[in-house]
Design a protein. Structure first.
Length: 89
């Protein structure tokens, strides 16, 4: 989760129910290969869920934070806040 790219992905997913792969790719300005690789890592850790299906004869991939991924990411952000606050006290 510490990778800047994975943090960016999780941060983007945190604000939506789900997002199309292409929209996520465009918003983060990542290559298809890099986003696929990073999502594979996050999926393996059960942080994201990836669904592939057909929509009007086109393959569509949708990504979302898993319920446990949403919770784990929130906990991670809270820990980061504590670290940052401790540095300024």
């Amino acid at each position: 989760m510490h990778s800047p790219t994975r943090l960016a992905i999780l941060g983007a997913l945190r604000h939506v129910q789900q997002i199309n792969f292409a929209d996520l790719q465009n918003s983060l300005e990542l290559s298809t290969a890099e986003l696929s690789r990073q999502l594979g890592i996050l999926e393996k850790e059960s942080l994201v869920e990836i669904a592939k299906f057909r929509e009007r004869r086109h393959a569509v991939t949708r990504v979302r934070l898993s319920p446990s991924g949403r919770e784990r990411f929130q906990e991670y952000l809270e820990e980061l806040r504590k670290v940052v606050q401790a540095e300024f006290e």
